[in-house]
Design a protein around this ligand. Structure first.
Ligand code: F6R
Length: 264
């Protein structure tokens, strides 16, 4: 895992966006894995700006979102399809047919999950997967106890996650308890993974992900197995790490090595 610590959430978004911008400049026909939630919003805003300024195009890009609520149509304001439409897709030049989000209204959601895996495989796999981190260590909607090799499937949300996400729903509005989510195995198959975490509320999950044992109790700890996992944190999210100074030292060493090799 490469661990990068930035001053604040704005710097985390800027750093994460630069990774995506580089990816699209080097490989304009990239397959991107995308996330919803609060964390990636600023990163998406930065990508929209980069598109408007002509730095990048999404014309040849394909995207696959991590997850969707079971029972919400894409037109529902709390659905993840709707979120992506509002936060990113409608502002950029990506063809609508190139954006995939699991179908929350599929007549057969089990078959829809299998089909999603086939679609990812048919696209050649995911080049760069964006992740946020749940307070309980989830990635996608892979809640604690999720199989570390799981594939896209239906998952029951924990009470913690339902409570955390209640802020997006109106009081009294129906809030789904089930989701369709890429599995941990699906996420680990992405060629590169970038996870962003900001704020004090994520600090315990960040510690478990990086310094805890590899365990289904913290699904994000599965990233310890990934060959190219980049974790970008702000100071608050990094604050519980016991080897904080070592991670900063590694980053300085990396930067000076890359500068010596002329690759910075
Ligand atoms: C979203 C997702 C979730 C979120 C996580 C953090 O597609 O899969 O795993 O990334 O719940 O959410 P925020 O960013 O709202 O704290």
């Amino acid at each position: 895992m490469q661990i990068v610590i930035q001053a604040d959430a704005a710097a985390v978004a800027e750093y994460g966006a630069a990774v995506f911008i580089r990816q699209l400049q080097q490989q304009p026909a990239s397959v991107l894995g995308l996330a919803t939630g609060s964390t990636p919003v600023a990163l998406y805003q930065r990508l929209i700006r980069a598109y408007q300024q002509g730095e990048i195009s999404f014309r040849q890009v394909k995207t696959f979102n991590l997850d969707e609520y079971l029972g919400l149509a894409g037109s529902h304001p709390q659905s993840y399809r709707y979120f992506m439409q509002q936060q990113l897709f409608k502002h950029i030049d990506i063809p609508a047919t190139a954006t995939a989000v699991p179908d929350g209204m599929a007549a057969d959601p089990i078959a829809a999950c299998e089909h999603y895996e086939q679609q990812i495989a048919a696209a050649g796999g995911i080049d760069l997967q964006l992740l946020g981190l749940g307070r309980n260590g989830h990635i996608g909607f892979n809640e604690p106890s999720s199989g570390l090799r799981s594939r896209t499937r239906i998952k029951t949300l924990t009470q913690d996650t339902i409570k955390d996400n209640a802020r997006f729903f109106q009081p009294g509005e129906y809030q789904p308890h089930l989701s369709l989510t890429m599995g941990i195995g699906t996420i680990l198959d992405a060629r590169k993974v970038i996870l962003l975490a900001t704020g004090k509320a994520k600090a315990q999950a960040v510690k478990a992900m990086i310094e805890g044992p590899l365990s289904a109790s913290c699904p994000a700890s599965a990233l310890q197995l990934h060959q190219q996992a980049l974790v970008v944190l702000d100071e608050e999210a990094a604050s519980e790490l016991s080897q904080l100074e070592f991670y900063r030292h590694i980053e300085r060493e990396n930067a000076s090595l890359l500068a010596r090799l002329g690759r910075s």
